[in-house]
Design a protein around this ligand. Structure first.
Ligand code: CUA
Length: 335
């Protein structure tokens, strides 16, 4: 069976590990990708072969045994053909056993992460991905070292998403209220797209990020730098970086245009009419409440779709966001 796996891996995988993808497939960023593609093309060609054989024979038989006038009809005393019946039973049985064995082995390999894997937490939400590293740093992109297997522990803030890295042949549902896991073993430094493969609302198709595979030894340096960088920036600039890393810009524009949520432009210090008819001024406390309890103060004309950032954003970070919003508003700019 190992010989079979090697055969499958080598037929589809030849020469693809480094370059771009083939006509049919994206490039292969992991070792398992070659195996997955091998099984896929084996199934594809097998199905094509039997499709052609069966449909071809049907057409031949339709023409050959079409209805004729009574006196032209042939008669036969053949009852069955043992050799033929054994062939069309045993060959498919053998094929199904091969498909099951090869498929199940690949499935097990995809499902069971090695014990020494590096763990990153993944949070899906409408409509972005957030990756939390062991030191607590969060990033909208997935950075990983090249020389370690990576295990992802994933959950969702709202609806079902699906974490999909086509180059790695890795796809798994991300479900609210529970943790799901996938793992992969990147082969070379480089960048690969992350997509959402489960329709999750308006901006589902914009739920795109990247895996960045760092060369050996560089990941640790990147993580140490990234972990402390917000504290080194001026608060307003740190706030702007936060709105990007938390995915706020998926729903809030900064130029006044209307997206899923209200624009940030001119928001700070302005009066807001709420859905319940009351009205508030968007001061520091309003911004804080909107982040921690977004459903509490929904602005008139917008849907209550924002996820809460309770537990995901610190008081210090809320302060940074407020400073950033002030820079986008005339009221905020005045002392
Ligand atoms: Cu998240 Cu589609």
């Amino acid at each position: 069976m190992n010989a079979l796996n090697t055969l499958f891996a080598s037929t589809a995988g030849a020469g693809l590990a480094t370059g771009s993808g083939s006509f049919w497939m994206p490039r292969q960023g992991t070792a398992i990708a070659g195996q997955v593609d091998g099984i896929f093309s084996f199934l594809l060609w097998l199905s094509l072969f039997f499709f052609t054989l069966i449909v071809g024979l049907m057409v031949v038989f339709i023409v050959r045994y079409r209805q004729r006038r009574r006196e032209e009809r042939a008669s036969s005393d053949v009852s069955h053909n043992t050799a033929l019946e054994l062939t069309w039973t045993l060959v498919p049985v053998a094929l199904v056993i091969v498909i099951f064995t090869v498929g199940f082995r690949a499935y097990l390999r995809l499902s069971v992460p090695p014990a020494d894997a590096y763990e990153v937490l993944v949070t899906g939400q409408k409509w972005n991905w957030e990756f939390t590293y062991p030191n607590g740093y969060r990033d909208p992109q997935l950075h990983v070292p090249v020389d370690k297997p990576i295990r992802l522990v994933m959950t969702s803030q709202d609806v079902i998403h699906s974490f999909y890295v086509p180059d790695f042949r890795v796809k798994h549902d991300v479900v609210p209220g529970r943790y799901t896991k996938v793992w992969f073993d990147p082969e070379a430094p480089g960048e690969h797209y992350i997509l959402c493969a489960e329709f999750c609302g308006d901006s589902h198709s914009d739920m795109i990020s990247k895996v960045i595979v760092h060369p050996a030894g560089e990941f640790e340096t990147w993580l140490a730098d990234a972990g402390g960088f917000l504290d080194k920036l001026p608060p307003a600039e740190a706030g702007e970086r936060l709105t990007k890393s938390l995915g706020c810009n998926a729903c809030h524009s900064v130029d006044g245009s209307r997206m899923i949520g209200p624009s940030y432009k001119g928001l700070f210090g302005s009066p807001r009419r709420l859905k319940d008819g009351s009205s508030v001024v968007a001061d520091e406390n309003y911004i804080r409440a909107s982040l921690l309890d977004p459903q509490g103060q929904v602005v008139e004309g917008f849907e209550p779709v924002m996820p809460t950032f309770q537990g995901r954003i610190s008081e210090k970070e809320i302060g940074m966001m407020i400073e950033y919003l002030k820079t986008l508003s005339d009221q905020g700019a005045q002392p």
